[in-house]
Design a protein around this ligand. Structure first.
Ligand SMILES: [Zn+2]
Length: 269
């Protein structure tokens, strides 16, 4: 029986795609299924849906435009994204948000694409999977207008500080924690904070192939992260929270199923 759901796998166009069958099998062997494939642009969301059709029991997806791709957002994007979001494999709008760390798209375009996707999530009453790096103030400003009407709002790969965590909890967000927390240097602040995330608001994710947990021993031969390592991340977070690993995993599993409206013991057709 699966006991973990990886809520953020960057499959399309990544090293994982070439080895997809094995990636899925290795994950399933560790009780990680299904995997949520992230759509980062309209084109990638289309490809993500195609992957899901190939593996209908193992993969589901999001559809959206990442802030890195926000400059591709145009007047017809809302319409195109609506059609993608209505596909049965798609469980959330996203990932969308703001990334002022890389600034791959101009900030005004990032804000427009984010606001338009939040409006669409409200209209379709679908949950939203969001990304925020170094953009807390603007992110909150935009999100607060839509938050009361959103059916669910998840900030994936949370790596912020205590003040931002408190604000996000106040806004009733779900928070996704990655193997970033296992990094003894840059993850040390996050390691202090994870115990303060309410039990019914926390989720776990690999964000693979990025963010291989640095503390794994023996170190995996490849530096590429995979969904099969999710149980390691989950156990690590459970110990930081002072919780029993199995109980924590069960709570996270329930949170994830509820948020994405998945049936428990998920068996997609
Ligand atoms: Zn992200």
């Amino acid at each position: 029986m699966p006991s973990h759901i990886d809520i953020a796998v960057n499959l399309v166009g990544s090293a994982l795609e070439k080895d997809l069958n094995n990636v899925i099998q290795r994950a399933a062997t560790q009780g990680v299924s299904p995997l949520i494939v992230i759509g980062s642009s309209l084109q990638e969301s289309r490809q993500a849906i195609a992957c899901c059709q190939q593996y209908p029991h193992q993969l589901i997806s999001t559809a959206g435009v990442h802030p890195h791709h926000a400059s591709e957002w145009h007047d017809n994007s809302t319409h195109e994204l609506t059609l993608l979001a209505q596909q049965p494999q798609v469980v959330a709008i996203g990932e969308c948000g703001l990334d002022y760390n890389r600034d791959f798209s101009p900030r005004p375009m990032q804000r427009r694409a984010f606001a338009n996707q939040l409006a669409l999530a409200v209209e379709l009453q679908m949950p939203v999977l969001m990304h925020e790096r170094d953009a807390h103030e603007d992110f909150v400003d935009i999100l607060k207008e839509y938050r009361p009407q959103l059916s669910g709002a998840l900030l994936h790969c949370f790596t912020g500080n205590r003040a931002s965590l408190e604000r996000y909890i106040e806004m009733d967000l779900h928070l996704g924690i990655t193997g970033w927390v296992c990094d003894e240097r840059r993850g040390s602040e996050l390691a202090q904070l994870v115990k303060d995330i309410p039990a019914n608001r926390i989720m776990v994710e690999t964000d693979s192939p990025y963010l291989l947990p640095r503390s794994m021993r023996p170190k995996p031969k490849s530096s590429k992260n995979e969904p099969q390592y999710l149980p390691y991340i989950s156990q690590y977070i459970a110990s930081l929270r002072g919780q029993n690993a199995a109980e924590f995993a069960a709570q996270v599993y329930t949170n994830t199923c509820k948020f994405f409206s998945l049936k428990e013991n998920y068996e997609p057709i």
